[in-house]
Structures are given as C-alpha cells and as structure tokens.
Design a protein around this ligand. Structure first.
Ligand SMILES: NC(=O)c1ccc[n+]([C@@H]2O[C@H](COP(=O)([O-])OP(=O)(O)OC[C@H]3O[C@@H](n4cnc5c(N)ncnc54)[C@H](O)[C@@H]3O)[C@@H](O)[C@H]2O)c1
Length: 264
C-alpha cells in the first residue's frame, strides 16, 4: 500500500519508532497522521510537526482505542492504516532469577499493551474495513516475538502472542482484503532500549528509528507480512525451526554469559 492521501493512526506515536513512523507517513503524503499516546505533550508536539492530530489514549483500555477510531473517522475520514505500535519494556532481569517473575503485574500490563491493544484495534476496525472493502494493520512487535529476548520473559511471551494474533488477523481477513504486517526489529535507538543495559538485542547493531520507518514504508509498499529491519533475524528464525533444542542451548549460553557479566 501507499500511504499517500490516506488517514493513518499510530499508537505510541509520541516517541521513538512511533514518532519516526508519523514523520515518515507525513513525508510520504498521508492526508492525516493521528498520534495516539499516553504521553499527551509529546503526542501534541509530534502532531504539530506532521500537520496531524493528537489523542491522549491508553491502548490498554478498549474504550480509548474505540474513541480514537471513532473520532479519527468522524473528523478525518476512513482509517486506511492502523499502526499498533505502543509498547513497554515490561521488566528486565539479566540474572533471570525466576522466569515466572514475582508478581502478575508486569505480565498483565504487558499482555494488555502488547496483545489486547491489537485485539481492540481489530475489534473496532475490522467491521468498518470489511464494509468498505479493505484496510491495513501494521503491528509493531519485535524480534523478541519470534526469537525471545534473554532476561525478559513477560516481554518475549507477550510479543510471541502478538505474532500469533497478527497471523490470525491476516488469515481470518485475507478474504476481506484486510492486510497485516508485523514489524520485528532487534535493537532500535529509543528511550525503551536506553532504559535497559546493552545486551544481545544490540548484537547486530542498533538502528535509528528513522531507518526502521524507511523499512516500514518499503514493507508496506511490498505488502509483506514480515518486516525485518535487521535481516539477520530471518537466519536466526531458520536456525530455530531447523533444530529447536540446539537453539535453546545457544540462548541458554547467552543467558549464562549475561549472568556472569551482571553477577560480578
Ligand atoms: N527500541 C527497541 O529496541 C525495540 C525493538 C523491537 C521492538 N520495539 C517495539 O517498538 C515499539 C515502540 O517502542 P520504542 O522503542 O519506540 O519505545 P519508546 O519508549 O520510545 O516509545 C513507546 C511509546 O509508547 C507509548 N506508550 C506506552 N504505553 C502506552 C499505552 N498504554 N498507551 C498509549 N501509549 C503508550 C509511550 O508513551 C511512548 O510514546 C514497542 O512496541 C516496542 O516493544 C522496540
């Protein structure tokens, strides 16, 4: 798809990858870019630079997503592309004391933001897209949703669930001309990445959010399900499916190295 002349919504658009997506969609000629974020001051700042609109929204709340969709379509017309991009780090324990963690809170928060937010977007937009003959969802997930991120069980698990939901969205609605892409980078130089110590997620180099946004435009143009700004990820996926046990062993070695480094 081309975003030229289209209405686009980006959740988590106030910072990082989402901000770069808003800027790239504006430069590519989107008719309106809607920045939906909990961080309302930065959302307004980004909207001002892209001649867009800002909505304060907690993607974990279905009513907030429904409101963004209703108001965007009322004010600016049909949403052609909805980007579920908001995300949180969700706890990082380099020692991996217990993969189950100590409480439900980080799991529930990650589940709400990384999975249910995508479900709510679909619940409220699919009927409209079906009625008008199609639409597009771009879901920012992570290489952690395909490969796991050492030290981040809640993040990795909910990102895997997000991949599962995106596959189902694509399968269920291909016949309705609803397209889906998942964005699965490794390290991207944003506040989220800077909030955790440097680790294996940066092994192939951290990308600038602007580079990731360029890769998204190319991926949308080609309408590929999988958008991999770090092409190495495809090789890792192949290795994982070729021999799962060897892959677990390799990841456990990375975990052991991390424990040594952080345990000093
Ligand atoms: N930075 C990386 O290395 C990296 C790698 C792979 C995937 N990702 C994914 O990219 C996406 C964007 O992350 P980023 O790196 O740009 O981080 P970021 O922290 O710079 O931006 C995240 C944005 O999401 C917003 N947000 C968080 N919770 C929200 C909520 N409940 N409702 C509405 N907005 C909310 C924040 O206010 C912020 O503007 C996330 O889904 C993240 O998991 C990031």
């Amino acid at each position: 798809m081309q975003v030229t002349g289209k209405v686009v919504v980006v959740t988590g658009g106030a910072n990082g990858i989402g901000k770069a997506l808003c800027e790239a969609f504006h430069s590519a000629g989107a008719s309106k870019v809607v920045v939906a974020d909990m961080d309302s001051s930065n959302a307004r700042a980004v909207a001002a630079t892209v001649d867009g609109a800002a909505f304060k929204c907690d993607v974990a709340q279905e009513k907030d997503i429904a409101h963004v969709i209703d108001e965007t379509e009322r004010q600016f017309g049909p949403i052609a592309l909805f980007c579920s991009n908001a995300g949180i780090g969700g706890g990082f324990d380099p020692m991996s004391v217990n993969a189950g963690g100590a409480s439900d809170e980080p799991w529930q928060r990650s589940w709400a933001i990384h999975v249910m937010a995508h479900v709510y977007a679909a619940r409220h937009l699919v009927p409209r897209m079906k009625a008008r003959g199609g639409g597009y969802f771009l879901n920012t997930i992570s290489a952690a949703g395909l490969l796991s991120q050492v030290g981040s069980p809640a993040y990795s698990t909910t990102k895997h669930a997000a991949v599962g939901f995106a596959e189902n969205l694509a399968i269920s609605h291909k016949a309705h001309n609803i397209k889906v892409s998942i964005l699965c980078p490794q390290g991207v130089d944003t506040n989220m990445l800077r909030s955790i110590p440097k680790g294996p997620q940066s092994g192939d180099g951290d990308l600038a959010p602007e580079q990731v946004a360029k890769d998204v435009l190319a991926g949308l143009d080609q309408e590929t399900f999988l958008i991999l700004p770090h092409p190495q990820v495809l090789g890792y996926m192949r290795k994982k499916t070729e021999n799962y046990d060897r892959w677990i062993g390799g990841m456990a070695k990375i975990q052991a190295k991390m424990r040594d480094e952080f345990g000093k």
